[in-house]
Design a protein around this ligand. Sequence first.
Ligand code: URA
Length: 434
Amino acid sequence: MAEPFDAVDVITTKRDGSALSDAQIEWVIDAYTRGVVAEEQMSALAMAIFLNGMNRREIVQWTNAMINSGQRMDFSSLGRLTTDKHSTGGVGDKITLPLAPLVASFGVAVPQLSGRGLGHTGGTLDKLESIPGWRANLSNEEIYRQLGEGSGAVICAAGAELAPADKKLYALRDITATVDCIPLIASSIMSKKIAEGTHALVLDVKVGSGAFMQTLDKARQLAETMVQLGQDAGVHTVALLTDMSVPLGLTVGNALEVREALEVLAGGGPDDVVELTLALAREMLAAAGKPDADVEGALAHGQAMDTWRAMIREQGGDPDAELPYSRVTHDVVASADGVVQDLDARDVGIASWRLGAGRARKEDPVSAGAGIEIFAKPGDRVVKGQKLLTLHTDEEDRIPRALDVLSGTLHIAEEPVERAQSVVLDRVSADDLS
Ligand code: URA
């Protein structure tokens, strides 16, 4: 059967600054999924969208077309409300690990269909795979059973049938400099979340050097676009805008971040990680009709840890197994007395990636033990020779390239540094939309 459109005409429309019609969008996403629109044509279209943007109607239609490229999940028969969280990605962002069991410990189902790290941002599945035996790939039956009759929390890989157009397009955007574009990010994230069928969604939109959105204004625009898409699709959606100018917590890497998540589940952990975990948990539980849940108590009294242990066991992992360590460590020490002026999230993310914690290509393995431990953050006073970071790697020759990128940050001077009062910078809900 003849195709109703020509890819070149669709690209030309957007290249020349016009809006795409609903029919053009529906066709181009479907034809791309079928392999009729070639990768090079879609990369030209993605660049035209990057440069000329999309209006609200186009974004809604683009999102719907990506949802329709695959199957939808349906949690309506679970007998529990489902509430999910999505982070736009950052450095040291291990929040999903304590958050999912914490929220599930109140009887709400938490389906966290997660991804792997690419580039300088880590991936939740890579972190959890440092737990011996733990499995990321579950069948739909396993997911429904764990959510309905089991621990209530699932953190697993999204199946190939969920928004397959986004899987292809995201990989293409990653290699064509078209990732950090609000219409494309919003439609990518929301197509997967709407297809997943969650009742409520809390978005953690990161702002700062380690995030896709470098300014609060851009992050707010992205948050408003996603909240609107969620509301239009009947998903109760709220967004928190949170700081990603410095790494979250005191560890970056896979097993290192699991250890820190365990500290939070045991009632301890760094203040910023605890603050964000509690803020997101309160939003998720409020959206599921439990605004008064005692989330601090669930961490302090072991209720969240019990759910974590059950969730890890259900997915084949041993919650008591020792987590891997890297073979080599290297300390970075203060070159002078003074106050730490900066710790750039992107630089730390890239250094951790170079140490082996991240991957350059989808098929590359990651090192479970690699990463960075942080002992001083901006505003801390240090003395010459004091340990600032410990680098962990399995291959000693990775250390010089990691040190190279870190040489641009961790400056020490006598100027005082103002610390942010809170990691949560703003909140966007449906009430804030015009
Ligand atoms: N995460 C996604 O899933 N998609 C994007 O485009 C960016 C971050």
